[in-house]
Design a protein around this ligand. Structure first.
Ligand SMILES: [Zn+2]
Length: 289
């Protein structure tokens, strides 16, 4: 099969040339969130909006009603400049392995606490970008697999966290932190994320045995007996996730694991449109009026 060239997102240099000032960031935020024209919430007419000097706002050409493009975004009410926020969001959309708060602290010159908070918020919004579209259906093959993240906590107790991954071949991945590897948690998560009746490849773990009863076409692969390739795609995703978590984040707490999974899901699911990642992230902020 011929391998298609992966499209590339912008370089840091191109990105910085596009957003050289606070105003250029604000203008872009307005365009992405509101478009060139939109119906004014006050006068209810289709309107263009013009920048209000010395404010982060724009006003309706007809009635002067003001909109704040940063409203509802994590940028609102922070002292961090839009350029710095854009820079960190760019870091998240252009990396493979994640962004450590330490690196943000160094690159934009904020405190570690601020850097950590920025990263946490960006990750949360990355999670909102992914729709709730179910995987599978028709002739599409879905692979499901479990993996463990982490090892031992500071006291030396077992601190492994279980992640269930489901991926459509050639399509999207869903990764969920589940309380244990038992079928009690595995099967409901699959039912929630994979279309009824889909073909599902798994390994031969017992947790997957009930899939057939729930109407899926289940193909358990026995890797011990030399059967290969059944879950190669999800294993590729695990490789990326673990390189990121172990290499960049070192350790991830139980409480925050799902947001890290969302981050890697976001990048995987937009892997063929890297140039759209940044605007998709801006669009994830809920808009008021
Ligand atoms: Zn108006």
């Amino acid at each position: 099969m011929e391998k298609k060239a992966t499209p590339k997102g912008p370089t840091l240099r191109q990105f910085q040339a596009r957003f050289p000032t606070e105003d250029s960031c604000l203008e872009h935020l307005k365009l992405v969130r509101y478009g060139v024209k939109h119906v004014c919430a006050k006068c209810e007419r289709e309107a263009k909006y013009y920048r209000v000097k010395a404010r982060r706002s724009y006003e309706c050409e007809h009635c002067g009603y003001q909109i704040y493009p940063t409203a509802g975004t994590p940028f609102h009410g922070t002292r961090t400049s839009l350029r710095d926020w854009f820079h960190v969001m760019f870091m998240f959309t252009s990396t493979r392995n994640g962004v450590a708060a330490k690196r943000v602290q160094r690159e934009i010159g904020v405190t570690y606490k601020t850097a950590w908070r920025m990263c946490k918020l960006i990750r949360a919004y990355m999670g909102y970008v992914d729709g709730d579209d179910m995987l599978g259906g028709g002739s599409v093959i879905v692979e499901a697999d479990k993996t463990f993240i982490g090892g031992y906590d500071k006291k030396g107790s077992d601190d492994k966290k279980v992640v269930l991954g489901m991926v459509e071949r050639g399509g999207n991945v869903v990764a969920r932190h589940i309380p244990s590897r038992s079928g009690r948690f595995v099967v409901p998560s699959i039912l929630k994320n994979v279309r009824p009746g889909s073909a599902i490849n798994t390994d031969s773990a017992r947790a997957f045995e009930a899939l057939e009863i729930h109407g899926f076409t289940h193909h358990p692969y026995n890797s011990a007996a030399g059967e290969k390739g059944g879950t190669a795609v999800i294993e590729g995703f695990w490789g990326m996730l673990k390189r990121g978590i172990n290499g960049t984040y070192i350790s991830v707490s139980q409480k925050h694991l799902q947001t890290y999974l969302n981050e890697f899901e976001f990048r995987y699911n937009l892997r063929n449109q890297p140039h759209t990642m940044f605007d998709r992230l801006l669009l994830s902020f809920p808009r008021g009026t």
